[in-house]
Design a protein around this ligand. Structure first.
Ligand code: NDP
Length: 249
């Protein structure tokens, strides 16, 4: 079977679990060399082994992307050790839902730091490389919460609306002139570890009591949407994919 991404290089943030892990695997299955970036090195090493077992190539880069220098180094190591940077999947993120009046500033700051600032650090480092190559594809993982909002998702939505605004502006700036494509991915509820980190217990319980009754999306479903976007011919820029579980209504 032909591999659609042979010779290409991808960097996937948040590759240690969930959507990022599934995406890195699907890109590698299509022949891309993949830089795996997140904090949990043991999980990245396990994925590296799975990719190697498929005959693919992965580069493990343990990094806390909320630290600007580590984000920059992750991009620079990808180019230095894998030779180029064709696809950047900005996926790392957290979702700390809860009522604003009861939230801690620390939870808000954590979301802004990883969902927005880390994405900006990595993208800022990647742009000169892609411009010099005369090609590139940036895939930013937003959310259904980047298109709408709800009572408990004020700051999570703020970050994801920010991802949408930044991505659309980047697309207008870079698509025609620099041949750098930009795609926004907006998942509904996906069965991952995302809810494990929520600190407002009542909100977490309510969220799970509703969504666990649904047949939620799997990480592989979102990875397949990302793979679709990055395997289109250069003339096609898939701008946005909104994908919900059928049960989400
Ligand atoms: P997971 O919790 O499984 O994955 C989150 C990833 O982000 C992990 O790999 C984690 O790695 C990484 N990450 C978190 N903080 C940092 C950091 N400081 N530095 C580097 N990496 C970090 O959840 P999902 O796969 O569900 O989430 C992926 C994306 O999808 C997020 O942006 C999320 O907002 C979005 N999304 C998810 C939905 C869902 O229902 N699951 C719905 C809509 C959007 P590590 O802890 O090892 O650093």
């Amino acid at each position: 079977m032909s591999q659609k991404l042979l010779g290409k290089v991808a960097l996937v943030t948040g590759a240690s679990s969930g959507i990022g892990e599934a995406t890195a695997l699907q890109l590698a299955e299509q022949g891309a060399s993949v830089a795996l970036v997140a904090r949990r090195e043991d999980r990245l090493r396990a994925l590296e082994t799975r990719i190697a077992d498929l005959g693919g190539k992965a580069l493990v880069i343990p990094a806390d992307l909320t630290i600007e220098a580590q984000a920059l180094e992750a991009v620079q190591r990808t180019q230095a050790e894998l030779g180029r940077l064709d696809m950047l999947v900005n996926n790392a993120g957290i979702m700390l839902l809860g009522p604003s009046a009861e939230a801690t500033l620390s939870d808000w700051k954590r979301m802004v730091d990883i969902n927005l600032m880390a994405l900006l650090y990595v993208t800022h480092a990647a742009l000169p490389i892609m411009k010099a190559q005369g090609s590139g594809h940036i895939v930013n993982v937003s959310s259904v919460s980047g298109r709408g909002t709800s009572a408990t998702s004020s700051v999570y939505s703020l970050t994801k609306w920010g991802v949408g605004a930044f991505s659309e502006s980047l697309r207008q700036e870079l698509s025609a002139k620099s041949k750098i494509r930009v795609t926004i991915i907006e998942p509904g509820v996906v069965r991952t570890e995302l809810t494990d980190h929520m600190t407002h217990e009542a909100t977490r319980t309510d969220y799970l009591s509703v969504t666990e009754k649904w047949q939620r999306l799997e990480s592989e479903d979102i990875a397949a949407a990302i793979l679709y976007a990055v395997t289109q011919p250069p003339r096609v820029n898939v701008n946005e994919i909104l994908i919900r579980p059928t049960d989400q209504g």
